[in-house]
Design a protein around this ligand. Structure first.
Ligand code: ZN
Length: 178
């Protein structure tokens, strides 16, 4: 399995709308394994293909503490939603920031599984919020789109500054240790 690089806001590639998957094959299953590896390593509870610069409609989640509830959604579609509530959200592509977002607390989702078979499931609470957050990624949307422009701009500037600092660090020639 390979750990993939997660794109960070405001990388414009995060705004790409992902295309539907035509066939769930072994290549896609290997990619799904890489998504899980990357998500667990980053201590996330969900990861969408868009976040690793692969623009296919695939997302994975695991909201359990023990990493024993892995779920795969290929070509996911929300077919019903109800009872809007507020929950604090974070995102592996917006590291270090958490903001309140309103979303449906109960949803019914339809997708293809890892085996390519269609399924429908009901989700509530954290899992429901997580699935909606990840489907947003597949549509090129981020949770910061739901907060005030002032807050969003502040987060963007801080992350850009961190990204520049990291790029400078990487570009600096290494001095030989003596
Ligand atoms: Zn996210």
């Amino acid at each position: 399995m390979t750990r993939l690089t997660i794109l960070e806001y405001p990388d414009p590639r995060l705004r790409t709308r992902a295309r539907p998957v035509a066939a769930v094959d072994d290549e896609l299953r290997r990619f799904i394994d890489d998504l899980f590896e990357t998500m667990y390593a980053a201590k996330g509870i969900g990861l969408a293909a868009t976040q690793v610069d692969v623009h296919k409609r695939v997302l994975v989640t695991d909201v359990s503490e023990e990493h024993d509830r892995p779920l795969v959604f290929v070509n996911p579609e929300i077919v019903a939603k109800e009872s809007v509530g507020t929950m604090q959200e974070g995102c592996l592509s917006v590291p270090g920031y958490y903001e309140d977002v309103d979303r449906a607390q109960r949803i019914r989702v339809r997708a293809l599984g890892r085996d390519g078979r269609p399924f429908e499931m009901d989700a509530e609470g954290l899992l429901a919020v997580c699935i909606q957050h990840e489907i947003d990624h597949l549509d090129g949307k981020l949770f910061v789109d739901y907060i005030s422009e002032l807050k969003r701009t502040r987060i963007r500037r801080k992350l850009e500054k961190e990204q520049r600092a990291r790029a400078d660090q990487a570009a600096r020639p290494r001095q030989p240790a003596v």
